[in-house]
Design a protein around this ligand. Structure first.
Ligand code: FES
Length: 183
């Protein structure tokens, strides 16, 4: 995953206002140590609401808790679960478990790198697809190698051509992203 605080975000002011209200209500540190826990809690809240952690949200947390944005950036870098870029319109899990590996998932990973310029955690340049490669098993080994799109649609028995066709088909559709903005 590419990380960086310089990413230009598209966060709505109303979302930031709602975040500020949430911070005022739930995040009031009593001391420096507690601030650390509250930073993590606030970042988790932001990621849940926005789907990622925009720079503006990090700044709002820093201002509210009286800590530097660099301290927050350090935590974002340390904890790999935090995403500092907006996710793509679609999400793909690529299974790289044993059966999928034997079935050729490595070729699909190479295709992602060579044809789309992305690897684990990456998002295509057009913002259409974010990829997660999993070394565990998706539980459908008889269809290996397999991918799952948008947490629901499985496409299996893939070779490079059918893999590209599946990506083309899913990215031709509109966004399936969950709305993280509503309370
Ligand atoms: S190893 Fe990929 S589905 Fe089981």
């Amino acid at each position: 995953m590419t990380r960086g605080m310089a990413h230009k975000s598209t966060v709505e002011q109303a979302d930031l206002d709602r975040l500020q209200a949430h911070l005022e209500e739930h995040f009031q540190p009593r001391d420096h140590e507690e601030a650390q826990e509250l930073i993590l809690g606030a970042l988790q809240h932001v990621q849940h609401e926005f789907g990622w952690v925009p720079l503006e949200a990090s700044q709002a947390i820093a201002d509210h808790l009286g800590v530097s944005v660099n301290r927050i950036y350090g935590l974002l870098t340390f904890y790999a679960d935090f995403r500092t870029e907006p996710p793509g319109e679609h999400f793909m899990l690529l299974c790289h478990g044993a059966a999928c590996f034997v079935g050729g998932s490595q070729k699909l990973i190479h295709e992602l790198r060579d044809n789309y310029g992305i690897g684990q955690g990456g998002t295509t340049a057009d913002g259409k697809l974010t990829v997660q490669i999993v070394n565990g098993c998706l539980g459908v080994c008889d269809l290996a190698p397999i991918v799952q799109f948008d947490h629901e649609k499985y496409v299996g028995n893939l070779d490079v051509d059918s893999f590209n066709a599946a990506i083309e088909e899913i990215t031709a559709n509109g966004s399936q992203r969950e709305d993280h903005g509503a309370d």
